[in-house]
Write a protein that binds this ligand. Sequence first.
Ligand SMILES: [Zn+2]
Length: 71
Amino acid sequence: MSAIAERLSTDTPRPAPRASDMPTCPICADSLVAAEGSAFSADGELSYLWSCETCGYGFVTRHAVKTFVCY
Ligand SMILES: [Zn+2]
């Protein structure tokens, strides 16, 4: 009688893709998944408005955006 334990790994290690792109709330450290809004500034920066669902704290992150020029 052989007992073969077939172990299927269900918890595959995932590096949490794009997790580094998502900001965390500076108040409660909750991770924010979706920006409430975005806006381009005149100097080519993209601003995201974030609002924490947990504590309601809102803040803005700015990202430098490369301008793509198509000829
Ligand atoms: Zn928060």
